[in-house]
Design a protein around this ligand. Structure first.
Ligand code: BF8
Ligand code: SF4
Length: 675
């Protein structure tokens, strides 16, 4: 393969905009056989889903699609037209580059808000539990609490676990609201020295999450910042604030509910059971979903008394990932197909918290016996039941939800259920701690060296994080599966989170059999070595791709790359590590992507964010970012081309790392800091 300067690997997406949506009239936009089964049924029964609405929205407004529609003040909307006449600027004179950068930066602020507000909820729960105010929650993972405390410089000596948890929680709250100029603790203590220096030099280290969001909204108000580089750098700061929020969420969720270890379960709509009470947890926050899981175990008898054979829990979106990782709860489906789960007629209650819950679930539920239960003050749906969930009455609320589901089961008797009998085995639960433990069976002294050695020796082509959403602009799940197959065939060690992980789980890529089917020789050998060394711990072997959790658990993947960087004695932009959001959709995906680029990863996005309206902003994201941070965006909607670009990025990094190492050895110098 010819060696390219990394950023010449990509410039513009290989598929022109007009060709991206091939047949908008065809609603069968999925490669998931269970989703396709349900879509057929929906067509027969005239049930409307997001797939129909996607088709109905075509063609979408080109101004909005490319990011050159401004609605920041209500003189607008202003749309940028070609040429250099008065219509080529907004009423205030904002050019395309100002409008595009402001719009995308505001998405980053939205994403960081969502992740970090979820994080704040977890911090409050831990704080109040440790203060003895919550009967239903306690510190579950004391070792993790100690590790986090030590990392952020809080001594555990002479303190009870609750005292320590109070201190750690208060330190986390400081990262939300600090008014002085020290950077966030959860940033500085989790990244390389090189990244700390880079973020300080570029003034993008957030001092507090809330402040970063507020500053960015201020920066992008009409008549404040017009400079696209400055706006995008403000966005990157918010992307790092998002990283801090994610990391706090992961750390303290682990402290409260336990750090994931390998679990065996299943995924896809076939996990629903006609003869059981079916409860789906949907959303993001583990405080609610984990309580439902814990309570369901105690309520089996009540379900049986109602004639069911038990309670079947399953998950959608990231709260599904949270309870999958810690309790082995099966996955029902992912974002795009959430309504299709209800169309089986088997769901007694879908209980939701925050984020990525389509408002339409209520409309679909009204065609069946299903009850939608909202639980959070900031997330209600007209027509749905609302059980205000507060931590003080967590178990009570969870019991009420399950009782409603048991009632639902009774009402369902005599009604038709149509569950596609499609599901796959899943081995998940790979926190960084779990991965390190597996590696330690080969090298107990320096576990991470097992991974970096395999990369340096060429057995593995590198590490890739597949993450993010579904977006019907691409065929549901197709980009995730195509890219994962191409990467694993070419010996990339794939870790995954979010709806991407759920796509791969549903398709059987988290079953051990997938290794034989898809992995290249190097990856096969690496996974075999790992499985052999851990036979005593693994009842069912290892999967092809490693599920690291929900979207906030992208922090786990960041930790893995930072560990690799430290072991290789380089900064993160030199690590053969790439990220891909093959079907990105949400504002959170934009802020996660911004953080990933700042950390130095080649970051692929497989569905176009609204950025093509300004070649300058496009260039900042794909080229200038690389010059400054070492990371950059790859916008590519063809999944085969995207996989080739990701592989070329990894190849380039491994090759460069080898050359730099050889040179440093030859001249007995340090590895150079540049990338
Ligand atoms: O936080 S991957 S569609 S569920 S936003 Fe939403 Fe996207 Fe799914 Fe999880 Ni993440
Ligand atoms: Fe138009 Fe400027 Fe207002 Fe945007 S901020 S809507 S470009 S006048």
């Amino acid at each position: 393969m010819p060696r390219f300067r990394e950023t010449t690997l990509q410039s513009t997406p290989s598929v022109p905009r007009k060709e991206r949506i091939k047949d908008p009239k065809d609603i069968m936009r999925s490669v998931d056989p269970a989703a396709l089964y349900m879509l057929e049924k929906a067509k027969d029964q005239n049930l409307i889903s997001s797939y129909d609405r996607f088709a109905a929205q075509q063609p979408q407004c080109a101004f909005g699609y490319e990011g050159i529609c401004c609605r920041i003040c209500f003189q607008g909307p202003c749309r940028i037209k070609p040429g250099d006449g008065p219509g080529s600027k907004g009423i205030c004179g904002a050019t395309a580059y100002t409008i595009v950068s402001r719009n995308i930066a505001r998405m980053m602020a939205g994403g960081a808000s969502a992740h970090s507000d979820h994080g704040r909820h977890i911090v409050h729960a831990l704080l109040h539990a440790a203060e003895g105010k919550l009967a239903d929650f306690k510190v579950t993972d004391v070792e993790k609490l100690n590790r986090v405390a030590e990392r952020i410089g809080i001594s555990a000596e002479g303190k009870t676990e609750n005292e320590l948890a109070v201190e750690v929680s208060k330190a986390a709250l400081e990262d939300f609201g600090r008014q002085t100029d020290e950077p966030c603790t959860w940033l500085t203590t989790t990244i390389t020295d090189g990244r700390n220096k880079k973020f300080a030099d570029c003034c993008i280290a957030p001092t507090a999450i809330d402040r970063s969001v507020v500053s960015l909204l201020h920066q992008t108000h009409i008549g404040t910042d017009a400079d696209p580089v400055n706006i995008i750098f403000g966005g990157l700061k918010c992307g790092l604030a998002d990283y801090v929020g994610m990391h706090i969420s992961t750390d303290l969720s682990d402290v409260l509910f336990g750090t994931p270890k390998p679990v065996v379960t299943e995924a896809n709509l076939g996990v629903l059971k006609e003869d059981k009470v079916n409860v789906i947890v949907h959303g993001h926050n583990p405080i609610l979903s984990q309580t439902v899981v814990n309570v369901a175990k105690e309520m089996e008898a009540e379900a049986k008394a109602a004639g069911a054979t038990g309670i079947q829990l399953s998950g959608i979106c990231c709260t599904g990932n949270e309870v999958l990782m810690r309790s082995g709860v099966p996955i029902a489906t992912n974002f795009s197909s959430q309504e299709l789960a209800i169309m089986t007629g088997a769901v007694d209650v879908m209980v939701v918290d925050v984020q990525c819950i389509m408002p339409s679930v209520q409309a679909v539920a009204e065609c069946f016996h299903t009850k939608i239960v909202t639980t959070m003050d900031i997330s209600k749906i007209p027509g749905a039941h609302h059980f205000a969930f507060d931590e003080e009455h967590a178990v009570e609320s969870a019991k009420a939800v399950i009782r409603l589901a048991i009632e639902g089961y009774k009402n369902r008797q005599g009604m038709a259920c149509d569950i596609p009998q499609i599901k796959n085995k899943v081995i998940a639960g790979f926190s960084v701690e779990a991965i390190v433990e597996l590696l330690a069976a080969i090298n107990p002294e320096t576990p991470i060296k097992v991974l970096t050695d395999a990369v340096e020796a060429g057995e593995l082509a590198g590490v890739a994080l597949l993450c993010g959403c579904n977006n019907l602009e691409s065929v549901h799940d197709n980009n995730h599966l195509t890219i994962a197959r191409e990467l694993t065939k070419n010996n990339v060690f794939v870790v995954t989170t979010g709806c991407s992980a759920q796509a791969l789980a549903k398709a059987g890529m988290m079953a051990p059999e997938a290794i034989e089917e898809y992995a290249g020789e190097g990856l096969k050998n690496f996974l075999k070595r790992l499985a052999d060394a851990n036979q005593d711990k693994l009842t069912d072997g290892l999967p092809l791709v490693f599920h690291m959790g929900s979207c906030v658990d992208n922090s786990r993947a960041h930790d893995l790359s930072t560990m690799m960087a430290k072991q290789l004695n380089v900064d993160t932009p030199k690590v053969p590590f790439v990220a891909s959001a093959p079907e990105a959709m949400s504002e959170k995906a934009v802020s996660i992507g911004a953080g990933a680029v700042a950390m130095g990863y080649p970051t692929h996005v497989g569905t176009m964010p609204p950025i093509e309206g300004s070649p300058l902003v496009f260039g900042i994201a794909t080229q200038i970012a690389s010059d400054v941070y070492g990371g950059y965006f790859i916008f590519e909607t063809d999944p085969m081309v995207a996989a080739a670009k990701l592989l070329a990025s990894l190849d380039n990094r491994t090759w460069k790392l080898g050359i730099h190492k050889k040179t440093a050895e030859k001249y007995e110098t340090q590895l150079c800091e540049n990338y």
